[in-house]
Structure formats: structure tokens, C-alpha cells
Design a protein around this ligand. Structure first.
Ligand code: HEM
Length: 238
């Protein structure tokens, strides 16, 4: 049976450290942490479709999440573990993005002269940093709205469903959600596209499939998300 020796282990941890420090390693980290969030935004949108079913179905779903694996784990225990995973993935994603930008700047200290190659770097790719910042600001507001209730316009003691309806009944808040989710759309589209590149799955023959997947995923998540504030404004969710 093969056994690992101390030099083997040292070589492997040296390799991992080297990989972590390299641009490739950081791209992997961005891809994997991005994938965790892709899963979240899809599941979150599907869960929120319960808004169309009934207030009881939607509030019951939120309660179900809090009691996931209860009583094996305490109430909200599973949810808190998931939150830890999500926060870690978000920190890894943002820090790797920052470090990659710094590495690129060091590699090319002078700014581009003349117009950049806008065919290669399309709109979504060029705006990743800004759409990322908009999504982060959106999340800060969103959590203060629905999770913490700090900025939510509903009266104290309102159910989660009532909080969502109260927020989206306000035209400025609904408009903010629409703008933020369009920014999320550009971020997701380029994110799904680059994920394949970072993981090395970028055979030219499959590029059309890759593009269709990026468009399809973005359309489903953003389409669903945009529909909620619009449905409240139209009185479909009330
Ligand atoms: C219009 C679209 C959206 C609606 C209607 C919505 C609705 C909600 C609601 C009602 C909650 C509170 C859940 C609870 O207390 O159980 C929540 C939490 C949350 N939402 Fe959204 N959301 C939307 C879009 C998004 C997007 C685009 C993101 C991420 C980019 C996001 C990230 C989160 C996060 C991280 C939480 C906290 C979950 C937790 O820790 O329990 N949401 N959302």
C-alpha cells in the first residue's frame, strides 16, 4: 500500500501554496466560490416563486428553511451553517477578484494606449467590477430590508410575505430592485461564461453551448427576480 511521506506532504503543500499564489489558482477560487453563489441565486429565485402561490406557502417555506434538519441540529442551525458557507464563498470571491486585478496591474503598469479591444472584452466582461459592486450594495440593502427588517416599510410584527409586498409596493424600492437585478444579470452572464474558461473547459467546439448556458441561466434567475417587484406593482402579488 502506498504511504505518504513527510517530503511528499511538504511537496504537495508547497504546490498548493504555489497554486494559491498564482493567477490560475485565484481564477479557480473565483470559479468555485462563484459556482456556490450561482447555486444560491437559482435556489433562492425558485424558493421565492412561492410568492405566487400564497402568503402561507411563502411564509411556510421560510419557516421550513429555519427548521431544516431540526431537531438533529438546533433551530436555524443548518441555516447558519449554510450562511457560513455563503459568507466564506463571498469573501473568497471578492478577495480573489481584488488580488487578480492587482496582479494584472503589476504585470502591465501602464494603462492601455488607444482604444481597448472591445470585441474580445464585451460589455459584460468590461463591467464585471462595477456590476459586482452594485450587487454587493444591493445585498447590503436587501439583507437590511428582509432579513434584519431595518429599512422595511411594513409595520412591526409583519410576516415575511407582508414585508416583501410592503417593500415592492414602493416605486423607488421596486425600481432599485429592477436596476440591481439587471446588473446581477450582466455579472451572472459573464460569470457563467468565464467559469468554463477558468476551469479549462473551453473547447471552441462547445462555445455555442457555453453561451446558451450562460444566457439561459441568466434569463431564468434574472427573469424570475425581476418578476417579483413587477408583480407587486401590478397587484398580481398583494
Ligand atoms: C426580487 C428578488 C428577490 C427577492 C424577492 C428576495 C427575497 C428574499 C427574502 C424574503 C429574504 C428573507 C428570507 C428569510 O428571512 O427567510 C431574502 C434573503 C436573502 N436574499 Fe434575497 N431576494 C431576492 C433577490 C436576491 C438576490 C439577487 C440575492 C443575491 C445576489 C439575494 C440574496 C439573499 C441573501 C444572501 C439572503 C439572506 C438569507 C439568509 O441568510 O437567511 N436575494 N431574500
Amino acid at each position: 500500500m502506498a504511504t505518504t511521506t513527510a517530503p511528499d506532504r511538504a511537496a504537495r503543500s508547497g504546490f498548493l501554496l504555489e497554486l494559491y499564489r498564482s493567477a490560475l489558482g485565484k481564477k479557480y477560487l473565483m470559479a468555485v466560490s462563484g459556482l456556490v453563489w450561482l447555486g444560491y441565486v437559482l435556489a433562492h429565485m425558485i424558493g421565492n416563486l412561492k410568492l405566487y402561490q400564497s402568503p402561507e406557502a411563502f411564509n411556510g417555506y421560510a419557516e421550513f428553511l429555519r427548521r431544516l434538519l431540526y431537531p438533529i441540529l438546533p433551530e436555524s442551525g443548518t441555516l447558519n451553517l449554510l450562511r457560513l458557507v455563503m459568507i466564506t464563498a463571498l469573501v473568497v470571491h471578492v478577495v480573489s477578484a481584488y488580488q487578480l486585478t492587482q496582479m494584472n496591474r503589476r504585470a502591465r503598469p501602464q494603462r492601455y494606449e488607444g482604444p481597448r479591444d472591445y470585441v474580445v472584452a464585451d460589455f459584460a466582461a468590461r463591467t464585471m467590477r462595477w456590476t459586482g459592486v452594485i450587487v454587493l450594495l444591493f445585498m447590503a440593502y436587501h439583507l437590511s430590508d428582509f432579513l434584519l427588517g431595518w429599512v422595511n416599510p411594513a409595520p412591526a410584527g409583519a410576516t415575511l410575505y407582508e414585508k416583501v409586498v410592503a417593500s415592492f409596493s414602493s416605486v423607488p424600492i421596486a425600481a432599485f430592485y429592477l436596476v440591481a437585478n439587471v446588473a446581477l444579470g450582466f455579472h451572472l452572464f459573464h460569470g457563467v461564461w468565464s467559469l468554463f474558461q477558468s476551469m479549462g473547459w473551453n473547447n471552441r467546439r462547445f462555445n455555442h453551448l457555453r453561451r446558451s448556458l450562460a444566457i439561459g441561466f441568466t434569463a431564468v434567475v434574472v427573469g424570475g427576480n425581476l418578476s417579483f417587484p413587477i408583480a407587486v406593482q401590478l397587484g398580481i402579488i398583494a
